[in-house]
Design a protein around this ligand. Structure first.
Ligand SMILES: [Zn+2]
Length: 284
């Protein structure tokens, strides 16, 4: 399935907008057991052999901690009363989330822009791609394999959020919409393992759409989208001053033994993807 299905027409803008929404190539997010939906679209021609480019925050001379394998954000670790983690191929659900994992919302990620306030355990939320809670003991999390997993915490530790941001969610403004719902305050954010711009080649029309909406910096080389850079920009525009990039490229980052560190939709992982999430301690 190609992304480059957009064609010129007299009302090009409207066509583009509609086609982008219906292109069916949105990334990520299947919770295990949810209906199969496409993630970031596989491309027939891959750029997989190129070295991974630096993300916006310069994330990528990356190695996971050898002892635990746990990927965490030093920035989020400064927030009181929170536990968080980014999953990997070896640990799809970060162990730190296991004590509260059964309490997570019952969700289905659909590459939309809906954010949901989580107020009870195992809350049924339906289709949504961003989740936030001020209730201790309930994890908010997202599942990704190439899309951007984004974890946020208010600096006082009293409110946390998780956002699934693939190209479609970013294009449609999920980060801004989530931040608006969070209602201000001093927030910090960690942008987790996601496909790098070098690995993420898309169709020319889609790339053009991103250039037109967000400027050339988001497409650093021809037809390659920098999702991390766009996520960072949208966080900054939403007033999040403290942002950290963690983890590597889900598509090309490898462990010392040569195995891939993350699940990657574009590399072929469909029904087994990593989770990223966080929760507030009960004693908060
Ligand atoms: Zn890469």
């Amino acid at each position: 399935m190609g992304i480059g299905v957009l064609r010129a027409s007299p009302n090009r803008g409207q066509v583009r907008s509609r086609r982008l929404r219906s292109a069916g190539v949105g990334p990520a997010g299947l919770d295990p057991g949810s209906p199969r939906r496409p993630s970031i679209a596989p491309k027939k021609k891959r750029a997989a052999q190129r070295p991974c480019a630096q993300g916006a925050g310069g994330a990528l001379s990356f190695r996971p901690p050898k002892e635990t394998g746990l990927i965490t954000s030093a920035l989020l670790n400064t927030i009181p009363n929170n536990h968080h983690g980014f999953g990997t191929a070896a640990e799809l659900v970060p162990a730190v989330l296991q004590p509260v994992w059964d309490e997570r919302p019952n969700k289905r990620q659909v590459h939309g822009t809906r954010a949901v306030h989580i107020v009870e355990v195992r809350q049924p939320v339906g289709d949504a791609d961003a989740f936030h809670t001020a209730t201790p003991g309930i994890p908010v999390s997202v599942i990704t394999a190439d899309c951007v997993p984004l974890l946020l915490a208010r600096r006082d530790g009293g409110h946390v959020a998780a956002v699934h941001a693939g190209w479609r969610g970013l294009y449609d403004g999920i980060i801004g919409q989530t931040l608006a719902q969070l209602g201000g305050g001093d927030w910090v954010a960690a942008i987790g393992p996601a496909i790098c711009a070098a690995c993420y080649e898309v169709g020319a029309e889609l790339a053009d759409s991103f250039v037109q909406r967000f400027g050339a910096a988001i497409v650093p080389t021809y037809r390659h989208l920098d999702l991390r850079a766009l996520a960072q920009r949208q966080l900054e525009e939403g007033g999040v001053a403290a942002i950290e990039h963690v983890g590597g490229c889900t598509h090309c980052a490898r462990a010392d033994d040569g195995s891939f560190l993350f699940r990657s939709y574009r590399r072929g992982d469909r029904n087994s993807q990593q989770h990223a999430g966080l929760f507030i301690h009960h004693d908060h």
